[in-house]
Design a binder for this molecule. Sequence first.
Ligand SMILES: Cc1cc2nc3c(=O)[nH]c(=O)nc-3n(C[C@H](O)[C@H](O)[C@H](O)COP(=O)(O)OP(=O)(O)OC[C@H]3O[C@@H](n4cnc5c(N)ncnc54)[C@H](O)[C@@H]3O)c2cc1C
Length: 376
Amino acid sequence: MDGSFEPVRPYAGADPAFCRHVDTFLDSALTEPLRAAGRATTGLKSSPKACAAWSAILREQGWAAPSWPVEHGGAGWTTAQRLYFENACAERDAPLIQSSGVRTIGPLIIAEGSAAQKARYLPAILDGRHEWCQGFSEPQAGSDLSALNLRAERDGDDFVLTGSKLWTSFAQYATHMFLLARCDPSSHGGDGLVFLLVEMNRPGIHVRPIRFIDGECETNEVFFDGVRTPAADRIGDIGQGWKMAKRLMAIARSNNTTTGMLRRALRAARREGALAGEIDPEMHRKLAGLSLRIDAYEALEHHAVSEQINIDAASATSLLKLMATELHQSITEAGLECAPASAFAQAKYLATRAATIYSGTSEVHRNILARAIGCP
Ligand SMILES: Cc1cc2nc3c(=O)[nH]c(=O)nc-3n(C[C@H](O)[C@H](O)[C@H](O)COP(=O)(O)OP(=O)(O)OC[C@H]3O[C@@H](n4cnc5c(N)ncnc54)[C@H](O)[C@@H]3O)c2cc1C
């Protein structure tokens, strides 16, 4: 027994003609170099070159933004179709793009932005001119995000930003940041915040990359020293920043599918194990167990996105985030056990350590779930 199983495909809502169309396109568009770049990915994104090449192909096909409505340049797919597509990409090792513009801020602009913001930002996200990063966390504000302190002082038509953000992923490559800032200095918690769209090339912004244990600089410190930015470039009213951030987090979590990523990681563990020598029967059993856990996760994801779980949507996304990240870590741990000397397995193991911290730590998500099921 080699411990492998046929992948399950429970996304019954995606009709067979659609699935065939996706499969045919992916089989011809995903060249071997693109698949190799996807297989070589250890972190959240594939190499910039592979991302740019694959994004251009998807754009040409009209599939760069699967969840966006057609009127805004998206594919206009249903949730089931989008999930099918993402899993089909993962099965073929497509490069991982993970565009924050497509997955998070774009959908928020579509839902809450002005007509001018839609016209300015959405086409630039689609054609790759704008890359976004998320400026929420600060040195004193992580799990307790509402303690954030970046000051936004009103001066005429502008806000003047003073303070800093921390752990901002990919800020060194971003052209824009969406951020939360405190516009009422006497306010506390989620009150008195504003949600701003800020160009990264404004005078007074300084980005300092943070080097992690694996040698990568995925996150950054970002300093704001009297940065002027137009007050009109905000989502929602002044004082409604917290509400907009909650909306964005709900979009971000529900707009993410992780089953494909988990299967990729398990394939990588098997591949590295086979390269390192023979995988022993005990390890085969462990990998088979992980494969079954992915099948169970996929069924859960399907139930959650089709709202068949009897908890509110925010708690359901906490459940998915918690289970996916912990399962991902178990898979990369097994990968390292299979091939301890493999640089790839080591990098993959290290890259997944942070997954139970960003987008809310496991402890914070367990708190949310405990409340959802009525614990005191
Ligand atoms: C790789 C990486 C990428 C990131 N990218 C971004 C980004 O792009 N943009 C952004 O804004 N932020 C980003 N973050 C920041 C991330 O959201 C925070 O690190 C996270 O919310 C935790 O906050 P903290 O680091 O301040 O830890 P703390 O909040 O200080 O937590 C420390 C520990 O205490 C525990 N804890 C805290 N409160 C509770 C509680 N109420 N009950 C039980 N346990 C608790 C936590 O679980 C954790 O174990 C990123 C972080 C990492 C590691």
